[in-house]
Design a protein around this ligand. Sequence first.
Ligand code: AMO
Length: 428
Amino acid sequence: MQRTLTTSLASKIRQRATVQGWVHRRRRLGSISFLVIRDRSGLAQVVLGEHDDHRQLEQLSEETVVSVEGTVTANPKAPGGLELTCPRITPLSEPAATPPAELWRPSLNTTLPVFLDHAPVLWRHRTQQATWRLAAASVRGFRQALDTLGFTEICTPKLVGTSTESGANVFTVDYFGRRAYLAQSPQFYKQIMVGVFERVYETGPVFRAEPHDTVRHLAEYVSLDAELGFITDHRDVLAVLRKALAGMVSEIQAGAHDDAELIGASLPEVPEEIPTIHFRDALALVGADPSEPDLAPDHERHLGQWARRQYGSDFLAVEGYPASKRPFYTHPEPGDPRWTNSFDLLFRGLELVTGGQRLHRYTDYQRALAERGEPTGPYQSYLDTFRHGMPPHGGFALGLERWTARLIDADNIRRTTLFPRDLHRLAP
Ligand code: AMO
């Protein structure tokens, strides 16, 4: 018999139907037993009455996978108003071992270390499923928004020969006896591909050898990247980012509304124009030393609160970051090369996106690297692209786990990561 999803049983009322899934919960009440089955769509109740064999339940521990054929029967007291009666239950797995937490309870009250240790089973909990569906809907919305804007999706190498972002946080790999790196970002390739398609995006893993333990850093995270040609400056990039964010929110509303509600996610309103402040003014606003090259997490929190008060916005773009703190490919601010045409987007007081305009002339790259005392050799195949005609361009990258963490107000980015990689974890 064909499988019916638990949420489609209404179409089979008074008929025999087969559901397949996990034993979510068993309960015995006198001469009646209840079995709740969970599949990808929801839950269904199975009733064993006086004439059924209740001993079989002993073998059907929670999380055992079963196939249940039964008669779809209306019962206003059952979840969804339906239940399966006169069931024939066939186990499809061995009796499952006791799960590390009771998955049928409405919330999963485990500490973070316990959750991470037992993630393969605990991700089955409904609230965890909902958390990941927010991430999945966000990626879908990102793709849809950029597809609509004429972007082409690309997939670039994760094994690379040079680091892309400044800094030492790069993993080294033995590549057939040569030194290679895990890509810190698709930065060089997405720029190169602007020369092919004008507008490109990529969603995929990137790797950062983060040597410190923080609630906002992972050693591997999902980066939502975009890059586009024929821009005037970084403000054009910001306008595309606004559309991508709006697409992410509307796809959550359309495709993961119930999940968002179940876990109390708070979806932001994406303003028509994202408010912007210059880095210099941001430092002054938070009372930081004007020579500071970056914003500290506390500064970001403070600025997030200010944007909320000043503009009623969960988003604030800080533009003009000092050149000294930005990678060599960053375009300087016209008229004042101490600053750059780049930005960070803060979402509820946390850096969510980095983006900006890039250099697009070969000679500018040569000069930028020389000024930093860096050789051009390691970057030659990337740099050569600029000898063959590249338009003014720019782009951005958004950290997926940070986004979902802020949506559900998680205290740690690891709560929204399927299997976090950090200083201490390589398994599960
Ligand atoms: P950046 O290095 O700032 O920029 O990264 C972009 C965004 O990625 C997220 N992020 C992280 N998330 C989790 N763990 C980490 N260790 C981590 N590091 C960064 C943040 C951040 O804003 N090539 C540029 C982007 C560009 O200019 O297009 C880049 O990678 O949300």
